[in-house]
Ligand binder design. Structure first.
Ligand code: GAL
Length: 375
């Protein structure tokens, strides 16, 4: 073989080795490369389907423990088939110049999700924001907007939900004066509070300033009404808030559910007219047994259904934490559980656990598969 041909073959093979695409299946927990041959960097993410394309948004991580804070922003990838993803760049950038910006580099920006507003024709991004240097105390929701699915997104504001509004299922005791300000020390989960949250009336404590909002998701119902679901009240309780028509703010109507159950990694989706939640327990980056719940109405009687994961390693949800449930377009009754396998010592190496989500009666089930495809 002459030198030119060998060189050509060598570079061709190297490119093939570098770039694993096209993929034809999901291999949960493995390195998953984008069109540039780089492991996807889209943690705590969510997916939007728009005009025949899927867009995957998530936390863009850098190497090392500093990756626990936002150094870059929100990444976006696009795909037609869900296996092969094209890097669309940074959809929302952190602010590198203005220390007063809510989203200054070094803030904590988690679990971004995007929905499309058909009335305003805007793509609306919500995420959980913690202000730089304040640990997890701020517990705010933040909103950004764009004319294009891949961005760039313009940062609008951050705030705590529903200041001055009571939930539709408020209890009389919540409205009694709150004696002292109960402060918790964030420890990522249970045991942060000196007593059960309702006995301390965390809801009432936060009535004026707005409710806490940490791990979160968005859901758009068939009638176009959008909802924000988030871990609130010191992570003890979920709240679902109805958004205004433009999806940019809260309507003041919200609902408390699964109170004092300490859920995170919360997802919300609909199947056959019923609403479902898949979430995690509250143990920080460490995996735990997932939770699930069903209700006939979104502001309704939510019934817990237990851990949807089945089989070996199900008690740790296959070493993953839920971040999104995707309904696959054009396939009947086809849902995908999407979870993160976090690596907090080096977040950039975090893996993605995509598994088929099936149903036994009402109950969602997730079984492990080394490799699988939509066929
Ligand atoms: C997890 C949560 C992540 C992040 C982390 C911080 O439980 O799901 O989004 O907030 O805690 O420790």
């Amino acid at each position: 073989m002459n030198l030119k041909i060998s060189l050509f073959l060598f570079s061709f093979c190297s490119i093939l080795a570098l770039n694993a695409q096209p993929y034809k299946q999901f291999t949960p927990g493995e390195i998953w490369k984008d069109n540039n041959g780089k492991h996807l960097n889209v943690h705590g993410g969510g997916i939007l389907f728009h005009n025949g394309t899927y867009y995957w948004y998530g936390e863009h991580k850098v190497g090392g423990e500093i990756g626990n804070t936002a150094q870059v922003g929100v990444s976006c990838y696009s795909s037609k088939d869900l296996y092969n993803w094209k890097d669309e760049g940074i959809a929302l950038k952190v602010n590198e110049t203005d220390p007063a910006s809510d989203i200054v580099k070094g803030c904590t920006l988690e679990r971004p999700k995007v929905i499309y507003n058909a009335k305003t024709k805007k793509f609306v991004m919500w995420f959980h924001l913690e202000l730089k240097g304040q640990g997890y105390d701020a517990a705010r929701s933040a909103v950004a907007v764009s004319n294009n699915p891949a961005g760039p997104y313009i940062y609008l504001k951050s705030f705590r939900p529903n200041a001055g509004f009571w939930p539709v299922n408020v209890q009389p005791f919540h409205k009694k004066p709150v004696s002292s300000s109960v402060k918790s020390k964030y420890c990522g989960g249970k045991g942060c509070l000196p007593a059960p949250p309702d006995s301390l009336n965390i809801l009432g404590r936060d009535f004026k300033g707005g409710q806490m909002a940490r791990d979160m998701n968005l859901f758009v119902d068939d009638d176009g009404t959008a909802y924000h679901i988030y871990a609130s009240e010191e992570n003890s309780t979920l709240q679902i808030s109805k958004l205004n028509d433009d999806y940019l703010s809260y309507s003041g109507q919200y609902f408390r559910l699964l109170t004092e159950r300490y859920m995170e990694g919360v997802t919300l989706f609909k199947r056959n007219g019923k609403y479902y939640i898949i979430a995690s327990d509250c143990t920080g980056w460490a995996p735990n047994a997932a939770r699930s719940a069903v209700s006939d109405q979104i502001f309704g009687n939510w019934k817990e259904l237990g851990n949807p994961a089945v089989g070996s390693d199900s008690e740790l949800t296959f070493h993953s934490q839920s971040t999104y449930v995707l309904k696959v377009e054009g396939k009947k009754d086809c849902y995908i559980y999407i979870g993160d396998r976090w690596t907090p010592e080096n977040h950039i190496d975090g893996r993605y656990i995509w598994l088929p989500l099936t149903f036994e009666g009402d109950a969602p089930k997730i079984h492990w598969k080394d490799a699988w495809s939509l066929d």
